[in-house]
Design a protein around this ligand. Structure first.
Ligand code: GRF
Length: 188
């Protein structure tokens, strides 16, 4: 059991579906994985992703209400559980500068575009509308500006003529599920 204790403790913040959380948990169980998902926090009680935390017996909390309250409570939980890295996975709030300064640990995020292209929401619709040839996903460090921190890793896919926002989202989500744990293992 010794190797389990040497794995870096990771927390994941979610707001919804949680498919990236699910894949992070799956990859964390691999023998060569350097991390362990220790804590899952959601800003929504209804987030489907909380199911994956419960199913895998990972400590999980939903903290609803103002961002300030979420940040205060989550800072305490990060400290209490000795979390070493924070992953945002479909977390739909922009964390404050104050929170990021106080965490003192790396905070990373996954975004469904080839940053710096297409920051923000509705990336797949915009990629198609703008006739981009490629899109993909980026795992990056989080700073106080939206989708703007240093990029750790990107995966690219060709946009086909027949692609719709839905088919493109599906292709990119598959890449996301590989990219996130790869990036995490890379920075540890
Ligand atoms: C993903 O596309 C991620 O890149 C973006 O939000 C979506 C979250 O999906 N930030 P899920 O909740 O992980 O299934």
């Amino acid at each position: 059991m010794d190797h389990l204790n040497t794995k870096k403790k990771v927390a994941v913040f979610i707001s919804g579906r949680g498919s990236n959380l699910k894949s992070l948990i799956k990859h964390s169980k691999k023998i060569n994985s350097k991390y362990k998902i220790e804590l899952v926090l959601s800003n929504k009680k209804s987030a489907k992703g909380l199911f994956y935390a419960k199913k895998n017996k990972i400590k999980n909390f939903a903290i609803e209400g103002k961002l300030q309250l979420f940040e205060k409570k989550s800072l305490n939980l990060l400290k209490k559980h000795k979390i070493k890295i924070l992953c945002l996975a479909g977390f739909m709030r922009v964390l404050s500068k104050n929170f990021l300064n106080k965490t003192k640990i790396p905070v990373i995020n996954i975004h469904p575009s080839l940053l710096p292209k297409l920051k923000g929401l509705n990336t797949h619709e915009r990629a198609i509308k703008l006739r981009h040839k490629y899109s993909g996903c980026s795992v990056h460090f989080v700073n106080e500006k939206l989708d703007s921190g240093k990029i750790i890793l990107q995966k690219k896919v060709k946009i086909l003529k027949k692609d719709t926002p839905k088919t493109l989202a599906k292709k990119i989500l598959k890449l996301e599920h590989v990219a996130y744990s790869e990036a995490l293992n890379l920075i540890i």
